[in-house]
Design a protein around this ligand. Sequence first.
Ligand code: CO8
Length: 257
Amino acid sequence: MNDLVTCEFLEHATALVKINRPEALNALNMATRKALAETFLSLHDNENIRAIVLTGDDKAFAAGADLKEFVDAQPMEIVRRRAERYWQAVSSTPQPVIAAIRGYAMGGGLELAMACDIIIAGENAQLGQPEIKVGIMPGAGGTQRLTRAVGKFQAMRINLLGKPFSGEEAFAMGLASEVCPDDQVLDRALAMAKSISFMPPLAAQAIKEAIIHGENSSLEAGLALERKSFQLLFASEDRKEGMEAFIEKRKPQFKGS
Ligand code: CO8
């Protein structure tokens, strides 16, 4: 059997994580979710990695949770699976994570993309929360992260009708950071990861933390976190290097210290 998730270490301190279950359009069975979580947890502590790209293949990012593992499941069994810990391993990654969506990103697949920090979508990608059509609802962010991204009225429409929408539409709604031709999605995501990898990683991680925590707290609490992180970065070597390089008109070399 192939690895359900692969992880390649590329130049420029970038990791490329791929979901690899093409026979099921990368549907996220428990084994795949666990493999994704293990991959991301191992990247958390890898100081050589400054940006991560998560993708599937050209047909699917992921077509959702595996319905064949749901069809006979009993409620307490679903509770005992504690599947939320697998997505938390992705959403709590300190490095910026870019989801590169080609083909389908449905249900749990779109929720996985929304647990990332940046979404690059192919113009013909098909995104959606179709859970209602099989008698359930999103269980990992489809009513929460989606609403924060696109607002109540789009989130209601997407969830209550379960109708897929394109990468173009996702971008227009603010659900994608960029949209591009399908065959350029991965290259675009890798180019973005490369640009991030040249940035000071402590600043990148602090920005990510402030945006995510700020989004879920009051403006005052968010501003306080932002201010404290801003102040703390003055303790970093990279802050000194960045400012000195600017004044000396040279390129900075950030070491992550
Ligand atoms: N689960 C299991 N198998 C799947 C899934 C899935 N979600 N999606 C596709 N497959 C399998 C098909 O069964 C088929 O396998 P086989 O050849 O053995 O019959 C193969 O992938 C190819 O699929 P199709 O023949 O259906 O391909 P089409 O191109 O005709 O259609 C679609 C593509 C439109 C994506 C269609 O496959 C589809 O509608 N899939 C289901 C999408 C869906 O409903 N997703 C939501 C699932 S529920 C969910 O995600 C809840 C999340 C809760 C939180 C958990 C976090 C992970």
